[in-house]
Design a protein around this ligand. Sequence first.
Ligand SMILES: [Zn+2]
Length: 325
Amino acid sequence: MTGPRPAVTNGVTKAAYDLPMLLLRSAAVATLILAGTSLTLGEPANARQRKLKVHISVDMEGIAGVVTAEQLGPPGFEYGRFREFMTREAVAAVEAAKAAGATEIVVADSHGNGQNLLIEQFPADVRVIRSWPRRLGMVAGIDDGVDAAIFIGYHAGTSNTTGVRAHTFSSANLTRVAINGANVTEGVWNAAIAGHFGVPVIMMSGDDAAIEEVRKTLGGIEAAETKRSLGFHSALSLTPQAASALVYKRVSAALGKVQTFKPLKVTTPVVVDVSFKNYMPAEVLAYLPMFERVDSHSIRFRAKDMAEASAIMSFIGDYRPDITP
Ligand SMILES: [Zn+2]
């Protein structure tokens, strides 16, 4: 750890987050249906009275202040400090969930090497999922016992013309991921996995482009706009403290009406299209009969459901013959 100790981490009170909400977007109740496509919002999650299990998937590109690779990985000169800021936004979501009555919280460290969050800064009753590869990817740990999913630090998808560090799964390797013909962001892909287990996404934080894009499919989920995109590598950002305060407020608001959100349901079997930046992945994957070569840089596969689709995507992203150990 190379950054300074955080000023606000464990034991933060609600008052600690009671700061002006800059760039705040209001959120409407999720009612939008993607008419004419196979991505639709299903029935409300079952009412579950006494227990409240919350899953929080945390990425880094959508964290306040993040604009370039300098914040996003160990080689970057600001990475140590931005791990702190990422952790603060995640802890703000955790504290809001606990204040709203969450009885079980799982946090999935879902950026880069999967070892960004400073786990000692979370309350003792939180469980943190770390590193890759893992089944269900960024929403590993989700199951039908989870009542609500929250996405922190998310970003726009690879086909978006705006958005800080806009990409889908791999900025180095992929140019498009689509479910049943509709381009998806990581947020929508992960919402579809959550939906497979009947879990609604209730809140997301990230830049304005990421929020606008995910709401086209998920409707009026609660959102915390941590920054406004000025380009792939520039943004007008909240401070880390203000962003954490905003995350706290929007998670609180979402959990206050948790029964109104609906899981994203995807028509099965799922048809997934993947386009690569390079030529060879499409050529070699197409040796396997399960992959159809759609064009020079693209393959298509069918999966029985989103859990299977997630496993296949993880294989495409993680397998190399020199994997060790
Ligand atoms: Zn990331």
